[in-house]
Write a protein that binds this ligand. Structure first.
Ligand code: C2E
Ligand code: MG
Ligand code: MG
Ligand code: MG
Length: 280
C-alpha cells in the first residue's frame, strides 16, 4: 500500500515537472520560430531632460503571441539568452532601431532624438557584432551618434579588454554607450574608468524608494556626483512620481525615463505623443 502511494506521489511530482518541461519546450520552439520569422515588435519609451523636453527614447522588445498575448522581455529574454536565440533576436533589434532612426530623420520633431537599444552580453561578444552594427548604420544612412547601446555591468566581469576594444571600434563611428541598471552589478571602479561610456543609467531599484530610503538617496547622489567627475551623463530609470523627479533634479540628474512621463508605447502611439508635443 505504502509503495503504491509512494509511486503516486512520485507520479504527481513527475507530472508537475513534466508540465513545466513541456511549457518550456514549446515556448523555446515557438521562440525559435519567432526569431526565424522576426515576429517581434519594438515599443518606445521617451527619455526627457530636466525641462521635460523629449531628448530620446529606449526601444523595448515585445513578443506578440497568438495565445499568450504580448509577452514581456522579462519572460523570454532569459530563455533567448540560454538558447543563444538572443543573437539573431538582437540583430533584428539593432536593425529595426536603425530603420526607425531613418524614419525619424525625415521629421524635424524627431530628427534629433537618440534611440537606446539593449544589448545582451552574448550578443556583444559575437565576433561580427561591430561589423553588423556598422553595416546597419550604413545601410539606413543614419547618424551613429543617435544610436545608444545599453550594456550591463556583466560585461565588466570578464574579458574586459575585449569589451573595451569592441566599444572603441564603435565609438570610432560615433555610437554612444550607456551602462544600464547601474549599481546592481559588481562594477569595479578600476574597470569602469577604462570604458568609453557616455551615460550611466541609474537602476530603478534605487529610484523607487528615493523619497523614503536614506541609503537609496545617498547612493543615487553618489552615482550622480561620480558621473559628473567622470564627465558622464546620468539618466534615472523608473521615475514614477514628481517627488522622485524633484529629488533627482536637486541631486544633479539631467535625464529621466519612467511612467511619470510615459509608458513604453507602440510606434503609432509614440509618434502621436511626440506630435502632441506633450512633454515639449
Ligand atoms: P531595462 O532595459 O532596464 O528596461 C527598463 C524596464 O523598466 C522596461 O521593462 C520598462 O518598461 C520598465 N519601466 C519603464 N519605466 C518604468 C517605471 O516608471 N516603473 C517601472 N516599474 N518600470 C518601468 P520591459 O520593457 O519589460 O523590459 C525589461 C527588460 O528586458 C529590460 O530592462 C531589458 O533588460 C530587457 N530588454 C528589453 N528589450 C530588450 C532587447 O531588445 N534586447 C535585450 N537584450 N534585452 C531587452
Ligand atoms: Mg535598458
Ligand atoms: Mg535598465
Ligand atoms: Mg532595469
Amino acid at each position: 500500500q505504502a509503495k503504491k502511494e509512494g509511486r503516486n506521489i512520485l507520479r504527481f511530482f513527475n507530472q508537475e515537472m513534466q508540465d513545466i518541461i513541456n511549457i518550456r519546450t514549446s515556448l523555446e520552439h515557438e521562440l525559435r520560430i519567432a526569431a526565424e520569422t522576426s515576429q517581434f515588435r519594438l515599443y518606445y519609451q521617451i527619455q526627457v531632460d530636466n525641462s521635460n523636453r523629449v531628448v530620446g527614447a529606449e526601444a523595448l522588445i515585445r513578443w506578440p503571441h497568438k495565445k499568450r498575448g504580448l509577452i514581456s522581455p522579462a519572460t523570454f529574454i532569459p530563455l533567448a539568452e540560454v538558447t543563444g536565440l538572443i543573437v539573431p533576436i538582437g540583430k533584428w533589434v539593432v536593425e529595426s532601431a536603425c530603420a526607425q532612426l531613418r524614419e525619424w530623420k525625415k521629421s524635424h520633431q524627431t530628427s534629433s532624438l537618440t534611440l537606446a537599444v539593449n544589448v545582451s552580453a552574448l550578443q556583444f561578444r559575437q565576433a561580427d557584432f561591430v561589423t553588423h552594427v556598422k553595416a546597419a548604420v550604413k545601410k539606413y544612412g543614419i547618424s551613429a551618434s543617435l544610436l545608444k547601446l545599453e550594456l550591463t555591468e556583466s560585461l565588466l566581469q570578464e574579458d574586459i579588454d575585449i569589451t573595451i576594444d569592441t566599444m572603441k571600434a564603435l565609438k570610432e563611428i560615433g555610437v554612444q554607450f550607456s551602462l544600464d541598471d547601474f549599481g546592481t552589478g559588481f562594477s569595479s571602479l578600476q574597470y569602469l574608468k577604462q570604458l568609453p561610456l557616455d551615460q550611466f543609467k541609474i537602476d530603478q531599484s534605487f529610484v523607487r524608494d528615493i523619497t523614503t530610503n536614506k541609503s537609496d538617496k545617498a547612493i543615487v547622489k553618489t552615482i550622480i556626483s561620480m558621473a559628473r567627475g567622470l564627465n558622464i551623463e546620468v539618466i534615472a530609470e523608473g521615475v514614477e512620481t514628481e517627488e522622485q523627479r524633484q529629488l533627482l533634479i536637486a541631486d544633479g540628474c539631467t535625464a529621466f525615463q519612467g511612467y511619470l512621463f510615459s509608458k513604453p508605447l507602440a510606434i503609432e502611439e509614440f509618434e502621436a505623443l511626440i506630435q502632441r508635443g506633450v512633454c515639449k
